[in-house]
Design a protein around this ligand. Structure first.
Ligand code: GLY
Length: 342
């Protein structure tokens, strides 16, 4: 048994803490605002295909491995916490709003196919069969059958019901896990993680059935409907340091393409407009690795923290069991950019 202190009560830190507790380790989580930060605003798309981007192939392998772990993770967490996580694995519709966007979507779909990712091109009529609330003006798209979603706030609450969380710094621990998102840079000097602002909206209304990833007039937007009527519309990507101001322009940048794709959204109640700070890294992939004896970093999950939580947690458990991280995550050591963290 090892004593483990996890600094950061977002979905990454909480998932690590829960998996370590399950293995019989003595664990505490330290965060003045657990479940806040990026987790508290995230949409919760489990988008191994939808988030796969040109030039990020090593990250794809990790995203796919992460997606394969979600069904078991969600079932185990729901059962242990007796809480509904609003987990769904019924696919995502990729939609193009204009002919220009259709060319971009077609290039993306070709890329997904070359990567061996599951994707089915759809005509405009087929796209609207998948999601009837889409505008008759959409030009076409694709279906990503393996991409799902979960409610990150529910996941955080479920995990917090299972792990001890404190708002004070830890006592001595045999292993300290730094999982404090972008703020990890303040705890590990030189760690290449930075805040990337995302403004995001929460609407309320019924009728939408599918996660939509839309491209409209060269802007992208995602729309994530949940069974309870919450509809998340996200998200901007802005390099503005730790600023979390919600701006009229940011809201417009989300609502304009979202309403162009799903005109009925204009009638939905606008419940919340917030901004969070993703932990971004130079290559958009996470930072997972031992940075000095007794200290391991697990941050930098950027746009994929919710998806990557189970695979990251399992990696830390393996580190505790064997003294080594699994091969799958070794390429993501923070020292891949420089040697200063060795
Ligand atoms: N995962 C989508 C985003 O970060 O906006």
């Amino acid at each position: 048994m090892t004593t483990v202190a996890v600094i950061g009560g977002g979905v990454i830190g909480l998932a690590i803490a829960w998996r370590c507790l399950e293995r019989g380790h003595e664990v505490s989580v330290h965060d003045p605002d657990p479940g806040g930060g990026a987790t508290g605003v995230a949409a919760g798309m489990l988008a191994a295909t939808g988030e796969a981007r040109f030039g990020e192939e090593p990250l794809h392998r990790l995203l796919l491995a992460a997606a394969r772990r979600w069904p078991e993770f969600a079932a185990a967490l729901a059962s242990a916490s007796k809480k509904d996580l609003s987990y769904r694995s019924d696919g995502t519709v990729l939609v193009a709003g204009t002919d220009d966007d259709l060319r971009a979507v077609t290039r993306l779909v070709d890329f997904h196919r070359r990567c061996g990712l599951p994707v089915q091109p759809l005509t405009a009529a087929e796209v609207r069969e998948r999601e009837p609330l889409l505008s008759p003006r959409v030009r076409g798209g694709a279906f990503l059958p393996d991409d799902g979603q979960v409610d990150p706030r529910r996941v955080a609450r479920a995990l917090m019901s299972l792990v001890p969380v404190s708002d004070t710094p830890p006592e001595d621990a045999e292993l300290t896990v730094i999982a404090a998102g972008h703020a990890s840079a303040g705890l590990v000097p030189g760690l290449p993680v930075r805040p990337v602002k995302g403004q995001i909206l929460r609407l309320r209304g019924m009728g939408l059935t599918r996660v939509i990833r839309g491209h409209v007039a060269n802007r992208s937007v995602y729309i994530v409907p949940r069974a309870d009527g919450e509809v998340v519309v996200g998200a901007t990507e802005e390099e503005r340091g730790t600023d979390t101001t919600v701006t009229a322009g940011g809201v417009l940048d989300l609502l304009r393409p979202a309403v162009a794709l799903v005109p009925g959204l204009a009638e939905y109640e606008l419940v919340e407009a917030t901004a969070g700070l993703r932990p971004g890294t130079p290559d958009n992939a996470p930072l997972i690795g031992v940075v000095r004896p007794g200290v391991v970093v697990a941050t930098g999950h950027y746009r994929d923290g919710v998806l990557l939580a189970p695979v990251t947690a399992d990696a830390i458990v393996e580190l505790l069991d064997t003294g080594e991280l699994p091969e799958l995550v070794k390429p993501f050591h923070p020292n891949r950019f420089t040697d200063v963290h060795r």
